[in-house]
Design a protein around this ligand. Sequence first.
Ligand code: PLP
Length: 820
Amino acid sequence: MKFKGLEAITSGNILKLHEDQEITHLLTDSRKLLTVPGAIFFAINGKFHDGHAFLESTYSKGVRNFVVNKSKKLSLDQFPEANILAVEDSLKAMQQIVAFHRQQFHLPVIGITGSNGKTIVKEWLTQILAERYKVLKSPKSYNSQLGVPLSVWKLEPDHEMAVFEAGISQVGEMKFLHSIIQPTHGIFTNIGPAHAEGFESIQQKIEEKLILFKDCQQIICCKDHYEVYKALVTHFPKDKLLTWSTKEIADVSILHQKKKGDYLCLEMSFKGETFYMEFPFTDEASVENGMNIVTLLLSFGFSFTEIQSGLRKLKSVSMRLEVKQGVNNCMLIDDSYNNDLAGLEIALNLLDQQKQNPKKTLILSDLYEAGLSNSQLYEKVASLIKSKGINRLIGIGPIISSQQKNFLTQESQFYPSTSLFLKEFDQNTFKRENILIKGARVFNLERVVHQLQQKMHRTSLEINLDALTHNLNVYRSRLQPETKIMVMVKAFAYGGGSNEIGHLLQFHRVDYLAVAYVDEGIALRENGVKLPIMVMNPTPESFEKLLDFNLEPEIYSLSLLNTFVDFLRRNDRESGIHLKLETGMHRLGLETFEVEEAIDILRVNSSIKVKSVFSHLAGADEAIHNDFSLKQVQIFKEGVQKIESGLGYPVIKHILNSAGIIRFPEYQFDMVRLGIGLYGIEVNGKAQNELRQANTLKTIISQIKKVSAGNTIGYSRKGIAEGERILATIAIGYADGFDRRFSNGKAQVLVNGKFAPTIGNVCMDMTMIDITGISAKEGDEVILFGEENPLMALTQTSNTFPYEVLTSISERVKRIYYTE
Ligand SMILES: *Cc1c(COP(=O)(O)O)cnc(C)c1O
């Protein structure tokens, strides 16, 4: 497809054509550019960012093809060598272009939709189909209005089959995904309440999803999801449906199932034949995913034995990317699940986002990519690596080793196998670098991860970076478009780790960060965070460092103001400051009667610029304090007015914390300060169900024992076995931050999906829990809090406080970051 041809496909106008070229790569995110010939940037006007703001920077990085919205005024002279197409809506134009691309191919395309399981079904199905065909699949969970076109664009003539997932969040969206995917076969996984906000009813949600299957020859579904099945038979002729069921007669009926250790044996019938399948998992969700796959494969004519051998190789895979602490101050990104081009690009973007260390190393196995010859494939890999600024490449595998000639621009070493690499492995050749380990499963690169990972305590705090992004967006969606956002990353970002979270926030372009102490600000700067940073408790001894690291102090008293002014004068320096007003919290802040004097000082000192004026609500989380909060707002407004007119220039005004954003949306002023809400904790309880819990605290069972009735458990003999009990000792105690108030049943923790109460007092490094009736073994994982057992519930039963629990998690607890 040539640039010129896009005009007809999108009904747009070419504003400028410098040199027509073949379009090869679609770009939508100015932070993840791949500047290769043929790359085209779509300036999308999104909910949080307008892509048009990044046209210049994208152009300066070498991109030459652009699609923009007609309504935007551009000065074309700024882009002398560009091709520019103007359309009604850039996102829709991208979808039209990909829909056109899709029409060029005639092959079976499987479209998957439903509430849960889409990604797993897609991944597993692809694994089995790939034994027979060259299959393209969407990377990760790319199933949105943006993700789907990016996935389908990768279709190449050599592909024999494709599997894409489609997800929607409101009415009207599926018709676009349908036109891009154009599936010939469909799978409807199930329906659940997820994302119900965009729909009036579950029926409406189902009907919208069905649009994906409009032109399918065959649709797979489970009859036991009655509402889904009912809608399908209403809209499609019966011979297009292929159903399965555990309860009634279906095309594939499950007659009998039996658990055998970690396996589930199923007896089924299909077209009058009875057969057996063994699933390498037993949980309900996996079995459902497995059945959708079995049914689809049967419709494609796979034999029972072929399906069984495919199923046997499936594992309950973790598809997430993990960021881990490595040896010698290295940072590791572990992605040893699969290896194809799209996945490589996503992982390289995450590596790019975490800028702790300047040096970037990639450890990469052979890739599996259908549809390209080895030399084509590795040329693409080489150009990707180069554009992402990788300094060192370690290639593992016979094929990548044979393609060395493509990798001459960076330091590189090659090994035919993982074992040979490990034989020569020397930990000391990895220092202060960010390392991405990316490989196909057969290479077992987890052995490399194991060597490079810092060995620590077995208790960990896992931080879901996608949940943080989701929560940030939930709060953003409640703000006026022009309202700025400051994120409070004090106290090690509420225990989550300021560097990693700081980088994530920088990536998502928040406006400000705030920390409590200068040292915290310096740590962020030393790790490459460039956002403006406010320091809430600056001390005179730290002023010099504060300025050296480009941090901005909060000034909360006349005496601090005078000392700071003095310091600036003596050292001939300048600074921006943030004035804190006392409005009722009675912690830090200028009293109302001090404001005049502050203005007088500021007016004669041009070395200081007031960046913002703010205050803090004492009771934003409780309705009983509403009147008091409004009084605070009033005092704040009056103070700010005086300051702005006294100074003669406008300042950024802000008063709301997380709870305030939800409770008092009308008082956003120019900025808000987001804190605990980022982690998915909504202390009002009003918007809790929109947020995702981002932090999971985990440990393991060290020992299991049986105690007979009447025995006591732990210090001071506080725990008493009422009858014969099975106890587990877990590897976490109050020194890790597992509060002593969680003792004696005040906390319930999760063991293999079941709740187990604490018994006896929490000890320094260990805690005993009662697991009577729960099947568990030593070494099993225990979740202290997480998505299934939220921190808010835990703090309510134990009378603790979520802020305190989060910030008390000790440094010896390993932090693990991941994306889904
Ligand atoms: C910590 C803090 C916040 C954030 O509070 P949350 O309740 O966590 O949202 C906001 N403003 C100030 C001044 C703070 O110290």
